[in-house]
Design a protein around this ligand. Structure first.
Ligand SMILES: [Zn+2]
Length: 94
């Protein structure tokens, strides 16, 4: 797909918490994208890339998951309860 006309700043939301993602640049000038939600329990981050464009492509890439491997159950996550704050375990209600 062409980048012409596309918003080069567009980042999809975090695939785990739905939160906002941000561009970041290391002191060695590598670019990465990370979830900016401080309450995200996964906090995904792309590896360092030489360009902002590459970091954006990596973050926005969402592969299709074959139903052969994953068939989400609508009730799968309703029994999960977050215990404590960031970094604590997520446990399932008895
Ligand atoms: Zn997140």
């Amino acid at each position: 797909m062409s980048e012409q006309g596309a918003n080069i700043n567009l980042l999809l939301p975090c695939p785990f918490c739905g939160g906002k993602a941000d561009f970041n640049q290391e002191t060695n000038s590598e670019w990465y994208v990370a979830c900016a939600n401080r309450n995200c329990h996964i906090t995904p981050i792309t590896p360092g890339f030489y360009t902002r464009f590459q970091a954006r492509l990596a973050w926005n890439h969402r592969p299709k998951v074959s139903p052969e491997y994953y068939q989400p159950d609508a009730d799968e996550f309703t029994g999960l309860k977050v215990v404590g704050g960031v970094g604590d375990e997520i446990t399932q209600k008895p």
